[in-house]
Design a protein. Structure first.
Length: 239
């Protein structure tokens, strides 16, 4: 399950190759990456399934909910059945255990209206990312998430990794930014660190380092250049 984290494309060429070699299905977590492109093809359209989120903080919002996509007609029928109580289509006959994951019309109308303005939203996200890049992209103690060649990120969230040798911790930076009126989020920890798995895996050192030292910076589409400048000034003053 590759994740197109914060709107940045996962390495689908490598993952697709690996999946073919080991006969694996791919389910892409494209939750924050609607509009992200890999060699011109949509993130979420490489695997057997792709899943997108329309939860409140995403670029395309319907309140909650999301969308599962597939190009395989059999998988499509199966998924449709499971999300509709496992009913035989068009009947009330339950053929297998299912769930109710339907999107209602009002929510869908909200989503469709947002699809119409998604290009504007993506352009604004990319503009904000450009401002961050100009202001802190070359800072010695900060590393920004970047687009790999051939990919186009929607920059859902702009994230920075703080270098290890600072005299201030990531959490202290976040607290001080908060005191200055700037809300941030910690970057997701390595998923293998959660205590929910039957089997224990040591997380990779890179994922651990990024998870412990990185911050999502304010990235909402309504932010002005002056606001981004203030965020960067406050951040740079702290480190
Ligand atoms: C990579 C990724 N996966 C999954 C989710 C969760 O989406 P949802 O809340 O719609 O289940 C998010 C939300 O931030 C996300 O960024």
């Amino acid at each position: 399950m590759p994740v197109h984290l914060y709107g940045f494309a996962a390495d689908m060429a490598a993952i697709t190759k690996l999946a073919k070699e080991h006969n694996l299905y791919i389910i892409e977590d494209a939750a924050p990456a609607i509009g992200t492109l890999i060699d011109g093809k949509a993130a979420g359209s490489f695997g057997e399934f792709g899943a997108y989120s329309f939860q409140g903080a995403k670029m395309l919002v319907t309140g909650e909910g999301g969308m599962l996509v597939t190009s395989d007609p059999d998988l499509y029928e199966r998924a449709r059945k499971i999300q509709d109580h496992g009913r035989k289509p068009g009947t009330f006959w339950i053929e297998e255990l299912g769930y109710k994951y339907k999107m209602n019309n009002i929510t869908a109308a909200l989503g469709l209206a947002q699809v119409e303005r998604s290009e504007n939203q993506i352009n604004q996200k990319r503009r904000i990312a450009g401002w961050y890049k100009d202001l802190i992209g070359n800072h010695d103690s900060l590393k920004m998430q970047f687009e790999t060649p051939g990919t186009l990120s929607i920059h859902w969230m702009n994230s920075v990794t703080l270098s290890d040798d600072l005299n201030i911790s990531r959490d202290e930076v976040m607290e001080k930014l908060k005191a200055d009126g700037i809300d941030t989020r910690p970057v997701f920890p390595a998923i293998s660190q959660y205590p929910i798995w039957d089997r224990e895996h040591q997380p990779g050192p890179v994922a651990t380092q990024i998870g412990a030292n990185s911050i999502n910076l304010p990235s909402g589409v309504k932010l002005s250049k002056a606001s981004i400048e203030r965020v960067c000034e406050s951040l740079v003053n702290l480190i």
